[in-house]
Design a binder for this molecule. Structure first.
Ligand code: SF4
Length: 283
């Protein structure tokens, strides 16, 4: 039986992207290859807001402070917070999931596997998790990824069994929601913009880009990135989404981003978790 280090497991409404508004179980794996300390900062500066939070003061995610700059899910990858993320067997995770579903079985809910970066090292565990007999009623799964991690050969073979075995009981819709990190995140272009990786996801599931925009410079970067993804053959939709893990920041630029989306013919993604739940941990 496989194990996964789980930062959070919770039931909420998907606030972003293709499944916005859909009741969803969120499985947040621990670990990320990025820090994204540039979010919400002047270009070229990095946030140290999360670094100032002392992990010894916290024993669970719910009590952790929210940050207005840098990665809003900092505790899901920062090693200083690893004590908050247990290593759980797939059986234990499935039991936790079934317990939080409103009818104790899958109906219209959707599973979001997020992070951190969920395709970093955990790909080998997903077949055990998703083939568990209690998960048979699950029909829709989204991997929320930063789009830098190639799919392992064995995971590709596994995903193909869903794509091509149209056995009604197990037919599943897989989505890759790729939040590629533009330079405003603080990550370098060459590390973060990996068109060849994202192009490959399209063979295994519905794949779209979801780009976080705060400024006109971000829009210029987004245009350049989309051009590179298109050159590599990527055909999926592009969403733009306002920056802002806290309401004050989100409210500053959501309308401007919606107008950018209209100008470019791209899709707008809200962050419903901010107005609905103040983006608290566990929402
Ligand atoms: S890729 Fe996502 S989880 Fe990782 S540091 Fe960036 S925003 Fe945070």
């Amino acid at each position: 039986m496989s194990k996964l280090k789980i930062a959070e497991l919770f039931y909420s409404i998907q606030g972003e992207g293709r499944y916005m508004g859909v009741p969803s179980v969120f499985l947040r794996t621990f670990g990320c290859n990025f820090k994204c300390a540039g979010f919400g900062m002047p270009r070229g500066e990095l946030s140290n807001e999360a670094e100032l939070i002392d992990p010894v003061n916290y024993t669970d995610y719910k009590s952790l402070p929210l940050v207005s700059t840098g990665c809003d899910s900092y505790a899901s990858w920062d090693p200083r917070f690893r004590h908050l993320s247990p290593l759980l067997s797939t059986d234990a995770i499935v039991d936790g999931i079934m317990d939080m579903l409103p009818y104790k079985e899958w109906k219209d809910e959707h599973l979001v596997i997020t992070g951190g970066e969920p395709l970093l090292g955990w790909q080998r565990a997903y077949p055990d998790l998703l083939d568990h007999p209690k998960m048979a009623g699950l029909k829709e799964i989204t991997f929320e990824t930063n789009g830098t991690q190639p799919l392992d050969d064995s995971f590709k073979r596994y995903l193909h069994t869903w794509a091509y075995h149209h056995d009604k009981e197990y037919l599943r819709e897989i989505t890759f929601s790729v939040s590629a990190k533009l330079p405003g995140s603080g990550e370098s272009w060459s590390d973060a913009i990996r068109p060849e990786v994202v192009y490959e996801y399209e063979e295994y599931g519905h794949t779209y880009l979801k780009l976080v925009i705060a400024t006109e410079q971000d829009l210029i970067d987004a245009e350049r990135a989309v051009e590179e993804y298109r050159k590599a053959g990527f055909e999926g939709p592009v969403y733009v989404m306002p920056v802002g893990g806290v309401e004050r920041v989100y409210n500053l630029n959501n309308r401007a981003v919606a107008e950018m989306a209209m100008r470019k013919g791209w899709r707008y993604s809200d962050r419903l978790q901010v107005p609905l739940f103040k983006n608290e941990w566990g929402t």
